[in-house]
Design a protein around this ligand. Structure first.
Ligand code: DQA
Length: 149
C-alpha cells in the first residue's frame, strides 16, 4: 500500500491554542487522526511527523525517499524563508502538496512568498484543517494517475 508523509513544521504542535481566530480550534492530534481516517478511505497509509526544527524537517524529507510516495507539508513560517526545505523536496523528487490553514495570500506581505511552492505540485491554503484532507485528495489523484499508488 502506498504511503504518504504528513509533515508539520514549527509551532503547529500548538494548534488548538495558538491564535484560534487564525488557525482554528482543532489540535494537531485531531488533524492527524482525520488524515489517517481519510487516507484509509483513499487506500493509503500515512505517517505523521511534526518538528520545530528546520534540520529535522529536512532529515524527514530525506528519510521519506523509498518509504513514502507522497508528502503533505505545512512548513509553518519556514515556508517563507527556507531554501533548504525547498532544496530537500527537489532533491528527493517525491510529489508534495503544500498546505496552510490560513490564507497566507490575504495576510502580511512576508507570508505571500513560499519557497515550498516552487517544489510542490500545488498549494492549498485558507480552508483550515480541511485543507489537509483536500491535499490528500489531490495527492491521491496525482499518485493514482501517475501509477505510483
Ligand atoms: C501557516 C502560515 C504561516 O505563515 C505561519 O507561519 C504558520 C502557519 C498556516 O498553516 O496557515 O506557522 O503555515
Amino acid at each position: 500500500m502506498a504511503s504518504i508523509l504528513v509533515l508539520n513544521g514549527p509551532n503547529l504542535n500548538l494548534l488548538g491554542t495558538r491564535q484560534p481566530e487564525v488557525y482554528g480550534a482543532v489540535t494537531l492530534a485531531m488533524v492527524e487522526s482525520a488524515c489517517a481516517d481519510h487516507a484509509a478511505k483513499l487506500g493509503f497509509e500515512i505517517a505523521c511527523l511534526q518538528s520545530n526544527h528546520e534540520g529535522a524537517l529536512i532529515d524527514a524529507i530525506h528519510d521519506a525517499k523509498g518509504r513514502h510516495q507522497g508528502i503533505i507539508l505545512n512548513a509553518g513560517a519556514y515556508t517563507h524563508t527556507s531554501i533548504a526545505l525547498m532544496d530537500a523536496l527537489i532533491s528527493v523528487g517525491i510529489p508534495a502538496v503544500e498546505v496552510h490553514l490560513s490564507n497566507i495570500h490575504a495576510r502580511e506581505a512576508f507570508r505571500h512568498t513560499s519557497y515550498i511552492s516552487k517544489a510542490a505540485l500545488g498549494q492549498i491554503c485558507g480552508f483550515g484543517a480541511q485543507g489537509y484532507l483536500l491535499a490528500l485528495d489531490a495527492l491521491s489523484a496525482h499518485l493514482k494517475s501517475a501509477g505510483t499508488a
